[in-house]
Design a protein around this ligand. Structure first.
Ligand code: DGL
Length: 268
């Protein structure tokens, strides 16, 4: 059985690479729903339907557990899928989210004013605010939706990113945040661009590719019944729901090397 990693598009390749660097022997399958990206501007119902179809794809490919890397999918789908779909269809499998582990990290680092950069859908869901307040009601969260970032990244548009980033970061800077969570799978690609705007500040970037691999390793230690069923031949497969030359190029750019993408369609 394998570890699945799901994202709405290709941004999740960043976290996939970080996971296979941290846990190189475990077999992984990536699934990017490139046919339906971006999720960030869709309704929660549409995201839930697409995400459930993606879980079906990965479980059919013998995933024992799936890391739901897409923050937008986490917000509208994770709880519902864990509470109803999973017990009904795959009671022995697991879906792990990325939002709560990210917030635990922010809390452990004792920040009290936290900025979040995320998609429109994720900001509207208020999931970061609600979950952070459960951990510590004193923490203040300032969320900024960034609808232009994913389309620019997926379409080779980084040369236009700086003035747009400046506009998105400005409200967070004015609110004197101590840390900024990159609340979208694609944003770690922008770390150096964002750092330029934070040079004269002590604001820390909280990036999921630096958090989730350790959290996953820790989860596997705590759950030997799951870990024991995972195959460890160091094989990494990559599936997408739509395959074009442009996607292959973007995948190469994001992953830092050629990615052998294969087409697989979901039931939607
Ligand atoms: N992957 C999504 C996330 O992490 C963002 C991309 C999209 O809009 O589909 O929130």
């Amino acid at each position: 059985m394998k570890i699945g990693i799901f994202d709405s598009g290709l941004g999740g390749l960043i976290i996939t690479k970080a996971i296979s660097d941290r846990l190189p022997t475990y077999d992984t399958i990536y699934y990017g729903d490139t046919l339906n990206v971006p999720y960030g501007s869709r309704s929660p119902e549409a995201v839930l339907n697409h995400t459930q179809a993606a879980m079906d794809v990965l479980f059919a490919q013998e995933c024992q557990l799936i890391v739901m890397a897409c923050n937008t999918a986490n917000a509208s789908s994770l709880q519902k899928l864990q509470q109803t779909y999973l017990p009904r269809t795959y009671p022995d499998r697991r879906i792990l989210g990325v939002v709560i582990p990210t917030l635990e990290t922010a809390h452990e680092r004792q920040y009290t004013r936290i900025g979040v950069l995320a998609t429109q859908s994720l900001v509207s869901s208020k999931v970061y605010e609600e979950e952070l307040h459960k951990i510590n009601p004193k923490i203040q969260v300032f969320s900024q939706s960034c609808p232009l970032l994913v389309p620019l990244i997926e379409n080779d548009g980084l040369k236009w990113i700086d003035p747009i980033l400046q506009e998105y970061l400005e409200p967070l800077l004015q609110n004197n945040v101590e840390a900024i969570i990159l609340g979208c799978t694609h944003y770690p690609l922008l770390k150096t661009h964002i750092q330029k705007f934070l040079e004269k500040t002590s604001i820390e970037l909280i990036s999921q590719d630096e958090i989730i691999p350790d959290k996953l390793a820790d989860y596997l230690v705590r759950h030997p019944e799951i870990e024991g069923s995972l195959s460890q031949e160091g094989r990494h497969e990559f599936f997408v729901s739509d395959l074009t030359d442009a996607y292959s190029k973007t995948a190469h750019y994001i992953y830092g090397q050629d990615v052998p993408l294969s087409l697989i369609s979901s039931s939607l």
